[in-house]
Design a protein around this ligand. Structure first.
Ligand SMILES: C[S@@+](CC[C@H](N)C(=O)[O-])C[C@H]1O[C@@H](n2cnc3c(N)ncnc32)[C@H](O)[C@@H]1O
Length: 288
């Protein structure tokens, strides 16, 4: 009797997968006593431990680390403390000012010399970096996700107002901020950002981009997959997929989220004693 031949699907070589627990302590605890309170105004900051882990894994002291969508500068602080030269680009003067004040606050003189933040557009990264273009070892970034985020006004919230004022959504009222881009416009803008990243990296340099997949109207939005596609089209190879756990692993439970490419973090949990609707004016806003 002959063994039937099973047709084989063409299978791409697997990309190595890693899982990093970066939230064994809360984001607030990780920032406490180091980051200025003003940093909490930004709605979509990276966990400091996640930035630290990425920088540690993918670069060495003395190398150049860039974040082209720098926000309040989490990447810059953590990279400088790890003795990397770090340069952030952020389009909003408001976040740039907080990032700069925070660098002054957190870093001693030696480390402060390693870090800088510049106002600029990630799509023209090469121009903003000047003579560092082509010499960057590592890019660590977290882009807008093509969905609404609410800038948090905790003072207002504490006095009974809304947590995310409408005028403040998506990082800035300026519609040119990529936080407002949706659909094809978002894809085109992010394609430009990844092309600019590719151009400024040295040969063999790495891009680590932090995304998450979300559900919209019950359907999974595969931003991780989209990010891989856009980065590949820009010239990158896909070398690793890391899932970062955005909740502590205790007993058998963890809420999931992601680095490089992500997963669904689940709905936000309401604070005890506050109605859930006070977290955001609309359910579809996602302060990260
Ligand atoms: C997800 S946040 C990054 C937060 C950052 N990782 C941190 O921990 O603070 C994305 C940032 O990109 C900025 N941004 C949006 N469009 C931009 C552009 N064209 N160039 C540079 N920055 C931009 C937003 O203002 C926002 O601060």
């Amino acid at each position: 009797m002959t063994t039937p031949t099973i047709p084989r699907c063409p299978v791409r070589p697997a990309v190595p997968l890693a899982v990093w627990p970066v939230a064994q302590t809360s984001a607030q605890y990780q920032r406490a006593g180091r980051y200025l309170p003003a940093c909490s105004q930004h709605p979509a900051k990276m966990f400091p431990e996640l930035a630290r882990r990425i920088v540690t894994e993918y670069s060495t002291p003395g190398q150049v680390v860039v974040d082209p969508l720098a926000g309040i500068g989490t990447t810059l602080v953590e990279a400088a403390l790890l003795d990397r030269r770090s340069i952030g680009i952020e389009v909003e003067p408001r976040w740039t000012a907080i990032a700069r004040a925070n660098l002054d606050h957190v870093l001693d003189d030696d480390h402060r010399d390693l870090a800088e933040i510049r106002v600029g557009d990630a799509r023209t990264l090469g121009n903003v970096l000047g003579n560092l273009a082509g010499k960057v070892d590592l890019i660590v970034t977290s882009p807008p996700y093509g969905c609404d985020v609410g800038n948090m006004d905790k003072t207002r919230w504490g006095t009974g107002g809304g947590l995310c004022p409408t005028r403040e959504r998506n990082y800035s009222p300026d519609r040119a901020n990529l936080g407002h881009a949706r659909g094809a416009a978002y894809l085109a803008a992010m394609a430009e950002v990844y092309r600019a990243c590719f151009e400024v990296l040295r040969p063999g340099g790495l891009l680590v981009t932090v995304t998450k997949n979300a559900r919209r109207s019950g359907r999974l939005v595969d931003l991780a997959g989209t990010t891989v596609t856009l980065a590949r089209e820009a010239g990158f190879s896909y070398v690793q997929h890391v899932v970062a756990l955005h909740a502590a692993v205790r007993d058998s439970y963890a809420r999931r989220s992601a680095v490089v490419l992500a997963d669904d973090p689940g709905p936000p949990r309401p604070r005890p004693g506050r109605p859930r609707s006070s977290r955001c004016p609309r359910g579809r806003l996602h302060p990260r």
